[in-house]
Design a protein around this ligand. Sequence first.
Ligand SMILES: Nc1ncnc2c1ncn2[C@@H]1O[C@H](COP(=O)(O)OP(=O)(O)O)[C@@H](O)[C@H]1O
Ligand SMILES: [Mg+2]
Length: 217
Amino acid sequence: MKGIFITFEGIEGCGKTTQAHLLAGYLEEQGYKVLKTREPGGTEISEAVREILLSNDFVKMHPHTEVLLYLASRAQHISDKIKPALEKGMIVISDRFSDSTFVYQCYVRGIDYQIVEEMNSFTTEGISPDITFVLDLEPEEGLRRAVSRNQKHSRKEDRMEKESLEFHQKVREGYLKMAERYPDRIHVISSNRDKTEVQEEIKGIVGRILSQRGFPG
Ligand SMILES: Nc1ncnc2c1ncn2[C@@H]1O[C@H](COP(=O)(O)OP(=O)(O)O)[C@@H](O)[C@H]1O
Ligand SMILES: [Mg+2]
């Protein structure tokens, strides 16, 4: 692939959407062609699947149903948006991607990692991120930020945000384990500070990797 694929990961309220937006704006200012997207979602079909996944009407969803819906949403997202943009040489920035599935569905819900990894590579046609930022934050603070953001937008907590504190602690732990497993790709960034400081660190890492790769090539 000619492009560069960057993903943002981490617990609820850690700042993924904020930082994905800031990075996309910065790279566009630098003259790069950027596609900013999110998961679950990013296409009409995938956004419809997102509605099901995050709906509070479906609290009894079986973990297998859940993982298959996430993958279904991703399959459409890859084929309609991510793959074509990477083939065109764009920088694709996704707010969540495969690591969310490995952490939430495998590490936290306990579904077999190897099975999910195999289904995921079928889903993504082998596409994986070049750079992943895990924004690390205590779950108490993340949930506080998420709740106040939702209040600002008159939004209710979704099915995932309503999970217990222990659930979110396990999610955080799962991300740190993924980062240990893939130290070259995953950068753990402390989000427990001002968003401009977080942004500066991210910009530094992205700038370094783009120039190492001689991007655009
Ligand atoms: N570094 C930060 N310090 C304090 N608040 C932040 C920071 N980054 C983001 N926020 C705020 O926290 C809330 C959650 O951030 P958001 O980007 O929506 O998180 P996520 O997408 O990871 O759930 C938002 O209201 C956002 O403005
Ligand atoms: Mg978000």
